[in-house]
Design a protein around this ligand. Structure first.
Ligand SMILES: [Zn+2]
Length: 254
């Protein structure tokens, strides 16, 4: 999607979201909305060459589906910075998330002849200039569920809806009162549990010998459940601006 299209959609949706964002935050948003094209995020992928396996960092995909991990990371990073009063970086992070959300519906260039992709971006851009306010009204009323499209109005509708939803979610998060002490308490408890489960897991290897197979599987499942519970409290602390999470398998730009 073209930079002007990205910016135009963002500006229109910003006006329709009933919230007074600070100027520094909006400046960051306008920077972040186009930034992934010049400063990409990288994802590590496994490659095999000459019978050897190694990992390679490739730029995260932008078209042909939204990468949920990256969007989750950047929306949370935005809250993290906002809660710490770093408004420009908060805007930048949210802008990056919105960039991915807007681009996601466009069919991937790789599978299309370049001409078609160019023409589609041109058409989307044209459409966004002429009737964005009209489209916005239509889009907020209907529920768009398309994943990938090369129909300009669908692409725009999807981008508008995603932008609107993420900004709404962000403002609803900002309105929440956070009890930092209790969030940290949950994180400390999660850390303790994690250490305990780590030990149990190590023992469950032994358990194979001492106990039996079923018992080991049971311990493993318990460990999985605990891991997801602890990760929830980490993400909560991330949103609260208390600790930063590093996204595994990615080398992020921020
Ligand atoms: Zn892009």
């Amino acid at each position: 999607m073209r930079w002007n299209t990205h910016r135009r959609i963002l500006s229109s949706v910003l006006r329709s979201v009933d919230y007074e964002f600070p100027a520094a935050f909006v400046r960051g948003l306008l920077k972040g909305i186009i930034e992934p094209d010049s400063i990409p995020d990288y994802v590590y992928i496994a490659v095999r060459r000459r019978r050897r396996r190694y990992t390679k960092a490739v730029p995260a995909r932008q078209h042909g589906g939204v990468d949920p991990a990256l969007v989750k990371y950047y929306t949370h990073l935005a809250l993290y910075h906002y809660r710490r009063g770093e408004l420009y970086d908060a805007g930048r992070a949210l802008g990056r998330a919105i960039h991915y959300l807007q681009d996601g519906v466009l069919k991937r260039t790789k599978w299309l002849i370049l001409d078609i992709h160019e023409r589609l971006e041109e058409e989307v851009d044209q459409l966004s200039q002429s009737s964005l306010s009209e489209l916005m009204k239509a889009c907020t009323r209907i529920d768009v569920k398309i994943k990938i499209s090369n129909e300009p109005s669908e692409v725009l509708c999807y981008a508008i809806k995603n932008t609107y939803n993420v900004l709404k979610w962000f403002t609803s998060e900002l309105e929440k009162d956070i009890d930092k002490a209790s969030v940290m308490k949950r994180v400390r408890r999660a850390r303790l549990i994690k250490t305990l489960v780590g030990s149990i897991l190590a023992l469950s290897g032994l358990g194979l010998l001492v106990l039996n197979f079923i018992a080991s599987i049971f311990l493993f499942v318990v460990a999985l459940i605990v891991a997801s519970y602890t990760s929830q409290s980490y993400w909560e602390a991330f949103r609260a601006g208390l600790m930063k999470i590093k996204l595994s398998r990615y080398r992020t730009a921020m």
